[in-house]
Write a protein that binds this ligand. Structure first.
Ligand code: GAR
Length: 201
């Protein structure tokens, strides 16, 4: 039985696309059965629909509180028999109540080499702005398990990317995506979903 995967998104969904492409090339033994967005306007939802994957939108605005939002999210994930959750540009911090329900079952991709430029407030372009402002010469991406500490769970994989003279946050973001994120996330997803399959989960 294939591991049932849900991908949680908020924006453009290029990392979701990398996962869909890996699945298309049968490089992913799990199956992406659901894409959930907390942003109704996320282009990632279009990518999912084009790939024939079921989508759902759950927003905090609609549910009022973090607890109610997470309860709805959990209900949808349970209804779909989800075994592995992948945060691919999901811009909401999940509570300890939520993450403790899925130990070693939630992965996140972060666009830096953790423990640099991570934790609360470090997301999207801000991460690359911070790396350039600090003046580091190497950055990269990290895939890690998600626990109650933002970007603090066990690291699964990392890939380094060199900063070039004249880089802007946008140029650096693109290079980190191309050279690290889109390679690393499908590989890590496959590693974890194959482990779950092997464990008979
Ligand atoms: C990616 O760079 C991802 O690593 C980052 O947001 C971008 C989403 O792009 N995630 C975080 O910063 C999480 N802290 P995408 O929607 O095109 O995949």
């Amino acid at each position: 039985m294939k591991t049932k995967i849900a991908v949680l998104v908020s924006g453009g969904g290029t990392n979701l696309q990398a996962l869909i492409d890996a699945q298309g090339k049968t490089l992913l033994s799990g199956e992406i059965v659901l894409v959930v967005s907390n942003n109704p306007g996320a282009y990632a939802l279009e990518r999912a629909k084009k790939a024939g994957i079921e989508t759902a939108v759950v927003t905090k605005k609609e549910w009022g509180s973090q607890a109610a939002f997470e309860a709805k999210l959990k209900e949808i994930l349970t209804d779909h028999g989800i075994q592995l959750i992948i945060l691919a540009g999901f811009m909401t911090i999940l509570s300890a109540e939520f993450t403790s329900c899925y130990p070693r079952r939630i992965l996140n991709i972060h666009p830096s080499l953790i423990p640099s430029f991570c934790g609360e407030g470090f997301y999207g372009l801000r991460v690359h702005q911070a790396a350039l402002a600090y003046g580091v010469k190497v950055t990269g991406a990290t895939v890690h398990f998600v626990n109650e500490i933002p970007d603090g769970g066990e690291i699964i994989a990392q890939k380094a990317v060199y900063i070039q003279p004249g880089d802007t946050p946008e140029i650096l973001q693109r290079r980190v995506m191309e050279q690290a994120e889109w390679v690393l996330l499908p590989q890590a997803a496959e590693q974890v979903s194959a482990e779950l399959c092997g464990a008979g989960v």
